[in-house]
Design a binder for this molecule. Structure first.
Ligand SMILES: [Zn+2]
Length: 279
C-alpha cells in the first residue's frame, strides 16, 4: 500500500534530521516547519499552503458535532480472524498492534449527534488502523449506521479514509462492498440523505462502494482519491498520467466529486446542505 504516500523531492534525509521530533512537523507540500500545537488549533491544516494533514477521528468528531450532543454507537463490535490469516505478520497480531495504537476496535468510529442542531449519524474512518482498510467490522458498522439513519430518518455523513478492502479477510472484505451498497440503495430510495466526505486517501474498495454513492460527494483539498494506484494504471495503459491525476481537484473537474471543502468550512457546508436537502 505504499503507492499513496506523498513524495516530496524537497525533503531529504538530512533535512528530516534537523527537525526535533514531537513538537515540530514539516509540511509535505510547502516544506514550512509547523509547530504542532499551532497546527492542532488550525485543525491540522497548514497555514501557509492549506495542506490538509491526516487526522484522527476525534478531530472530525469535535470539529463537526455540537458539543455535548453526541454518543458513540456500535463500539462493542470487535474484529475476528476467521481465516487464521498470516503473511509477514499474523493478522491477530496486526489487529492487536492497531488497537493499542489507536485505542479503537477497528478502522471506524460511529456517532449519533447533532450538526448545528440537525441530528445525524456520523461515521469516521481511521487511516491509522491498518490503512483504514475495510474488513467485516467496517462493513458492519457502515451498514448499521445506514440502518440507524434510515430508522431515525436523519442524514448519514461518512468521512472516508481508506487504502481499500482488507486483504487479511479476503472475500469477507469484498462482500462488504455489496452489503453496504445494497443498504445504501434502500436508504436512498426511501429519501435518506447520504453525504460521503473523501479525505486523503480514499482508494480501492471504499471508492468502489459507499465512497462514490453519495447524494452529494464532498472532498478535502488535495485528497488522493482513486481505485487502483497510479503506477498500476500507468503500466496498464502505457501512457503518462496527467498532472494532478487522482487528486480531489482533478476528480471535481471530471465530475466525480461535487465540491471541495476545506476542513474549517466543513461543518458550515454540511449544515447548509442538510437544511437545503431535508424537508
Ligand atoms: Zn504547507
Amino acid at each position: 500500500m505504499s503507492w499513496f504516500r506523498r513524495k516530496d523531492k524537497n525533503i531529504t534525509d538530512n533535512s528530516k534530521k534537523n527537525i526535533p521530533s514531537g513538537l515540530w512537523l514539516k509540511c509535505p507540500t510547502c516544506s514550512e516547519i509547523q509547530y504542532k500545537p499551532e497546527l492542532d488549533k488550525n485543525y491540522s491544516v497548514c497555514r501557509h499552503c492549506e495542506h490538509h494533514f491526516r487526522v484522527q477521528p476525534s478531530v472530525y468528531r469535535d470539529l463537526l458535532l455540537d458539543e455535548g450532543t453526541f454518543t458513540e454507537i456500535f463500539n462493542n463490535i470487535k474484529p475476528s480472524d476467521p481465516l487464521d490469516f498470516e503473511a509477514e505478520k499474523k493478522y491477530v497480531e496486526q489487529l492487536e498492534t492497531a488497537q493499542l495504537k489507536t485505542k479503537q476496535n477497528d478502522a471506524i468510529n460511529c456517532f449519533n449527534g447533532q450538526i448545528n442542531t440537525h441530528e445525524v449519524i456520523l461515521a469516521i474512518m481511521n487511516f491509522s488502523f491498518i490503512g483504514g482498510s475495510m474488513g467485516s467490522v467496517v462493513g458492519e458498522l457502515v451498514s448499521r449506521s445506514i440502518e440507524s439513519a434510515r430508522e431515525k430518518k436523519i442524514p448519514l455523513i461518512l468521512i472516508c479514509s481508506s487504502g481499500g478492502a482488507r486483504m487479511q479477510e479476503s472475500s469477507l472484505s469484498l462482500l462488504q462492498l455489496a452489503k453496504t451498497s445494497s443498504k445504501l440503495a434502500r436508504f436512498q430510495e426511501e429519501g435518506g440523505l447520504f453525504i460521503p466526505i473523501l479525505t486523503d486517501p480514499t482508494t480501492g474498495g471504499v471508492t468502489a462502494s459507499f465512497g462514490m454513492l453519495g447524494d452529494v460527494i464532498l472532498a478535502e483539498p488535495g485528497a488522493l482519491i482513486g481505485f487502483a494506484g497510479p503506477r498500476v494504471i500507468k503500466q496498464t495503459i502505457g501512457q503518462d498520467l496527467p498532472e494532478g491525476f487522482q487528486r480531489a481537484e482533478f476528480l471535481k473537474d471530471k465530475g466525480f466529486v461535487d465540491r471541495i471543502v476545506p476542513r474549517q468550512k466543513m461543518k458550515d457546508i454540511l449544515s447548509k446542505l442538510i437544511e437545503m436537502l431535508i424537508k
